[in-house]
Design a protein around this ligand. Structure first.
Ligand code: FES
Ligand code: FES
Length: 136
């Protein structure tokens, strides 16, 4: 059994900001090549301040992916796009009080979905819906 922190368990059992934002300013979708799981991140930006005012996630993922995505949404709220860009997957894992080494790739999925969403916000990329789900 994995050794999860209380914070991971809390965010897995009570994930924050689950769902999809209507008319989002940014969409980031990523598939995890390690395990075949997927994550969709959507957010709204206040164009005047350049700050993320609302953010939601949906994942077909494991406990660590759910907890990582949940804390990522907490980390993102109120941040400017420039500040959001600096968030690393280590920041996500640290905020969770750590992740087992074998589960670090789950936090990478959050970071990559964020990168995709920022590219989409800047008009550099259209989100691509994953083609079905690879069974783990
Ligand atoms: Fe993560 Fe299947 S749920 S590998
Ligand atoms: Fe696939 Fe965690 S995201 S095992």
């Amino acid at each position: 059994m994995w050794d999860y922190t209380e914070k991971v368990k809390d965010h897995f059992l009570h994930p924050r900001n689950v769902g999809e934002i209507e008319n989002p300013d940014a969409v980031g979708i990523i598939g995890n090549i390690v395990c075949g799981d997927a994550l969709k991140l959507t957010f709204k930006v206040d164009r005047k301040t350049n700050r993320i005012i609302d953010v939601k996630f949906q994942t077909f993922g494991c406990a660590s992916a759910i907890a990582s995505s949940s804390v990522l949404t907490e980390l993102l709220k109120g941040k400017t796009i420039e500040e959001a860009q600096k968030i690393t997957n280590q920041d996500i894992a640290d905020y969770l009080g750590g992740l087992p080494e074998e589960k670090m790739h789950c936090s990478v999925m959050g970071k990559e979905a964020l990168e995709e969403a920022i590219k989409n916000y800047k008009g550099e990329k259209q989100p691509i819906e994953p083609q079905g789900r690879i069974i783990c």
